[in-house]
Design a protein around this ligand. Structure first.
Ligand code: FES
Length: 147
């Protein structure tokens, strides 16, 4: 008795159809996924950005400025010294601000606090803010992240 060839042929056809269907689905899903999740663009290790006028930044105030892909905060201490830090909280990435009443850098998300050296001193932040170099060129504050 000769076994029927039909089931084997049907199995191969189903396998090829499944392979083709998988290819069609992948050719649609992959570009959509790539479009929705653009690739990360690495930042240059060294970055310098102008942070506005030095004269308009009074003692005991701060200013958040764009700095590459993330913000930075430049503060003028009550003693008149300029300092700059990453403005992204080390807890959960909220943007910090300067609180003149506390004389601290403050994160509103969970009441985290950093001192004027960027050290985490209260609340949940686990580590200090990254600090940047500050120079004044003419009247322009220039902050620089070193490599
Ligand atoms: S994100 Fe800043 S304290 Fe939680």
């Amino acid at each position: 008795m000769i076994p029927p060839a039909e089931p084997a042929r049907r199995g191969i056809l189903n396998w090829l159809l499944g392979l083709w269907g998988g290819g069609v689905v992948a050719s649609v899903v992959y570009p959509v996924t790539r479009y929705l999740a653009p690739p990360e663009v690495p930042e240059a290790p060294t970055l310098s950005v102008g942070a506005g006028s030095a004269q308009t930044l009074a003692p005991n105030t701060g200013r958040v400025v764009p700095f590459g892909a993330r913000p930075a905060i430049v503060i003028r201490t009550p003693a008149g010294e300029l300092r700059a830090f990453a403005a992204t909280c080390t807890h959960l990435d909220c943007t910090v601000q300067y609180r003149p009443d506390l004389q601290r850098i403050w994160c509103a998300c969970h009441n985290g606090e950093y001192d004027l050296n960027g050290r985490n001193v209260a609340g949940p932040p686990p580590r200090p803010l990254d600090s940047y170099d500050v120079n004044v060129t003419g009247d322009e504050i220039v902050i620089t992240r070193r490599a």
